[in-house]
Design a binder for this molecule. Structure first.
Ligand SMILES: [Fe+2]
Length: 269
């Protein structure tokens, strides 16, 4: 078993344990709610409400409150990131995980596949590339052509965006927003079977408390829309020979495919 397979096995085990803990917690919530409902029915059937019944109901409510407080932490991000967490989404997609990786590392698809949701965003140039031990970084300049572009609500017309391959399963998109802050989108991919994968999207950003609820709704909507746009592209990729694409592909020399080439380099070492 090589290093990648060991890491994948470890991730699958951690995910299974987290889901098991969450399942047990949900079962507990259902049991406490059932106990409260049972008490209420018993009280409504009785002629009067004794102090013993009041005490029992209060104890059950207290235990339910304690149980709710013990909800397992499903967000594994560091504490510093958790405070700026805005939304999470997770999907099971019926495509090999390498299709998702290829899609995430292909800069040009932002201009074509997401032409509608990103309001005609243009990638003008790649400004920096850098290899890291498990991945790489690419910085590129983007511009929004139209003055009435919806994205101008939270970002300038021309900004330098970072795309970071942290490891073979995690990709980060970091976008500067107003007031020297950044919006960070973390994509995590976890193979489920040969033709299915989990896809996790987490968005982070330092927002004022009053704008956070509105941004949550907008970002959930934007995230669903971009995924919806990506589905035909992922399906088309899945119909190609993925092994050829990643393991015997002649790398494109175009610098916008730098991270893709870096990924192939890591796969083949
Ligand atoms: Fe996409």
């Amino acid at each position: 078993m090589n290093k990648l397979q060991r890491e994948r096995k470890h991730d699958e085990t951690v995910l299974f344990i987290n889901q098991l803990r969450y399942g047990v917690w949900l079962l507990g919530v259902t049991a406490w709610l059932f106990a409260i409902a049972e008490r209420m029915i018993a009280v409504s059937d009785g002629a009067y409400f004794s102090s013993k019944e009041i005490f029992q109901t209060l104890i059950i409510c207290l235990l339910l409150m304690t149980w709710l407080y013990l909800q397992p932490e499903t967000n594994q991000a560091p504490v510093s990131l958790r405070s700026s967490h805005i939304i999470s989404q997770e999907y099971i997609l019926p495509y090999p995980y390498l299709c998702q990786i290829y899609h995430l590392l292909n800069l040009k698809h932002l201009e074509t596949i997401h032409n509608f949701s990103l309001n005609n965003l243009k990638i003008s140039s790649v400004t920096h590339v850098q290899a890291t031990s498990q991945g790489g970084i690419i910085k590129f300049q983007t511009s929004l052509d139209s003055p009435i572009n919806a994205l101008r609500m939270w970002r300038s017309k021309n900004v330098e965006v970072d795309l970071i391959l942290h490891n073979p399963y995690t990709v980060e998109l970091s976008i500067p927003v107003y007031n020297q802050k950044r919006m960070v989108v973390l994509f995590n991919v976890l193979p489920l079977t040969q033709n299915e994968h989990y896809f996790f999207i987490d968005i982070y950003g330092d927002l004022q408390w009053w704008i956070k609820p509105l941004m949550k709704v907008l970002l959930h909507f934007a995230s669903c829309l971009t995924l919806f746009e990506d589905l035909p592209y992922l399906r088309a990729l899945s119909e190609r020979n993925i092994d050829n694409l990643f393991y015997s592909h002649k790398s494109s020399s175009h610098e916008s495919m730098y991270l893709y080439n870096r990924y192939i380099e890591l796969c083949n070492t």
